[in-house]
Unconditional design. Structure first.
Lengths: 149, 477
């Protein structure tokens, strides 16, 4: 898949999430997936980087950098090593979207503790309920030029 | 000429906009036409003062004893459809237009239906319109003046629960189809519902899940990139088709069970009924997409399942029992099968099928968890009853699981990647890993529903999958 790259951002950073957020919030394809209300933590533990994304109705209403405790005070958080994040994002860039072995669900299943983790079984199920929305978000990273810090 | 009737302001305004003289309006009202009807006629496109004068003049002539002439074309249509001429004349006397009558006759309105209507109109004309209207219903003592505005997600079912319409009683006192918030009338027969207590069906997320299901709907026919399907080795295609057959059977059963319980639920809890209606639609999706996958890549349907576990769901004597079995245990297992499907997808079409289906199943789980939570909040003394439901469900699940060799082997083949002993061994190892995740998630959901102690009471055959750290923590406690 080819696409015009207009934005450059480094991962992990608020700028990287916001660059994707800006694209996604303007796309009909994202809205067509339906409403999503959830808070999702992002953890890159070996870089000491933590974020919280807020999905609200048909958009991602906010992304902020935070601490580990706040990242876990969400419906669920996505946690893998920096190397694994990099592999996923590079795979998405190379294919235009995650290939069959790099979807959020597949990565979740390959990590014994899970890629999506939560302190509550009900809230963790948001990962499945809105799976296509989250996948769309990360697949959209193919439309920006990602550098890795 | 009849005495001048008062002309409502809005009618006068329409007349003025259309250039119709006020004197004509007064003559129409004097003929007994209701102001709203006159206003409606004037609002029609093409109405002119000349046409209005002609119509009203004709009505006045008829009322004065003048003869009614039936246009030949109308007479022919009436004869063809067995409408007596006398009925046509009565309709014309009431002011019906010939074109309108011809359209009604051609549309299949029977003469008998028309006569009933004409009788009522004539009666109204004789005694005066006001005397025939019963407007007491307009004074119904329900909350009035509600004006909910759409939010970010539009005008949702949850958002319109305002004022008295947000009152959801613990016990619904009516036995009829009356919607919540309406005002009851005496004498309506009971409809035979059996669930009147909120705790027996309620889940706090019902309205949101309904909106979510509607907003996140998908179309198996066009949202799946079917063109990405490719021929698979025979054993893999057979394994995929066996899994699809199982998904089809599960979906039909779940739809039937949901459909069976819906009429038992009284009308006070429409949020639950709406969500479950959407869940029935989701089950149809699951069936549809699994059958389409089975029949679109050179394969076909596989073996039916033994069906022992079906009894746990079908034979449940209470909705909560059915929900615990269907929405928590069974849906958690189905989620595992969908996860394996996505994990072993051979193409984008399969990946999308399982991911979309997971979203639907996750909503079913979400309802089940929140319903059980609400039930236990209201009936904490019935906790042992829930464990009994779970004991029965887990036992039947395991009995089924042991005998459903086709499903187990199909999943093993998919996970291993083939049928050689080495690949099957690898597949078996992976299936055990998935089963452990299934048990972990099942227990986490029950814990969230307020049954954290289930990990100590789970069926012995499933206990080996309980995470060791959980077991250790439980033992220490």
């Amino acid at each position: 898949m080819t696409q015009e790259v207009k934005t450059k951002a480094s991962f992990p950073s608020v700028e990287w999430f916001n660059a994707i957020r800006e694209i996604v919030n303007g796309e009909e394809g994202f809205k067509r997936l339906g409403t999503c209300d959830s808070t999702v933590g992002i953890k890159v533990p070996d870089k000491g980087k933590f974020y919280v994304m807020t999905f609200e109705a048909f958009e991602i209403s906010g992304v902020r950098e935070t601490d580990e405790m706040a990242a876990e005070d969400t419906d669920f958080w996505l946690e893998i090593s920096f190397a694994k994040w990099k592999e996923m994002i590079e795979n998405i860039k190379a294919n235009g979207r995650a290939d069959l072995h790099h979807t959020l669900n597949t990565i979740d299943l390959e990590v014994p503790e899970g890629f999506a983790r939560s302190n509550d079984g009900y809230r963790r199920d948001a990962f499945y309920r809105f799976n296509q929305t989250y996948q769309y978000f990360f697949d959209t990273s193919a439309k920006i030029d990602t550098t890795f810090v | 000429m009849a005495e001048a009737s008062p002309i409502p302001e809005d009618l006068a305004q329409v007349a003025s906009e259309k250039g119709i003289p006020i004197e004509l309006i007064q003559r129409a009202l004097a003929l007994g036409f209701p102001p709203d009807a006159v206003k409606g006629q004037l609002s029609m496109p093409g109405v002119t003062a000349e046409a209005a004068e002609q119509f009203i003049g004709e009505q006045e002539r008829i009322r004065a004893g003048g003869e009614v002439t039936v246009p030949p074309e109308l007479a022919a249509v009436a004869a063809e459809h067995n409408w007596p001429e006398s009925l046509i004349i009565r309709a014309l006397k009431l002011g019906a237009q010939a074109d309108f009558l011809m359209n009604q006759i051609k549309a299949g309105i029977a003469a008998e239906q028309a006569e009933n209507f004409i009788n009522r109109q004539e009666q109204a004309r004789e005694v005066g319109l006001a005397a025939t209207l019963d407007l007491r219903w307009m004074h119904v003592p329900t909350e009035w003046g509600v004006r909910v505005r759409p939010g970010k997600k539009g005008l949702t079912v949850g958002a319109i629960n305002v004022g008295t319409y947000a009152d959801i009683p613990d016990v619904w006192p009516y036995r009829t189809e009356m919607p919540r918030g309406a005002y009851p009338i005496a004498g309506v027969p009971a409809m035979g519902y059996s669930i009147y207590e909120k705790a027996e069906l309620w889940a706090e997320n019902s309205a949101d899940l309904y909106e979510e299901a509607i907003q996140r709907r998908w179309r198996p026919s066009s949202d799946i990139p079917w063109e990405t399907m490719q021929d698979l080795p025979v054993e893999m295609e057979k394994a995929v088709c066996q899994v699809c057959t199982w998904l089809c059977e599960k979906a039909l059963l779940a739809g039937d069970v949901t459909g069976k319980w819906l009429p038992e639920m009284s009308y006070g809890y429409h949020e639950v009924k709406l969500y479950l209606a959407s869940a029935a639609y989701d089950y149809a999706h699951q069936f549809e997409v699994a059958r389409k996958r089975a029949l679109s890549n050179g394969g076909g349907m596989g073996l039916q399942s033994p069906g022992y576990f079906h009894r746990a769901v079908i034979d449940a004597r209470a909705w909560t029992e059915a929900s615990v079995a269907l929405h928590i245990l069974d849906a958690s297992h189905t989620m595992m099968v969908l996860q394996i499907g996505e994990y072993t997808a051979h193409n984008e079409a399969e990946s999308q099928i399982y991911r979309y289906a997971m979203q639907d199943v996750a909503r079913q789980i979400a309802y089940g968890v929140q319903h059980l939570k609400f039930f236990l909040m209201k009936y904490h003394e019935r906790r042992a009853e829930i464990h009994n439901y779970l004991n029965k469900s887990e036992a039947l699940f395991l009995y089924e699981d042991e005998r459903d060799v086709p499903l187990r082997e199909a999943l093993t083949i998919l996970l291993g990647g083939g049928i050689s002993p080495e690949l099957m061994a690898d597949g078996h190892r992976k299936l055990e890993y998935f089963r452990a995740r299934f048990v972990r998630d099942y227990l986490a959901r029950l814990a969230s529903a307020g049954v954290p102690e289930r990990k100590t009471k789970i069926h012995s055959a499933l206990r080996k999958y309980v995470p060791q750290e959980v077991e250790a923590a439980t033992a220490a406690a």
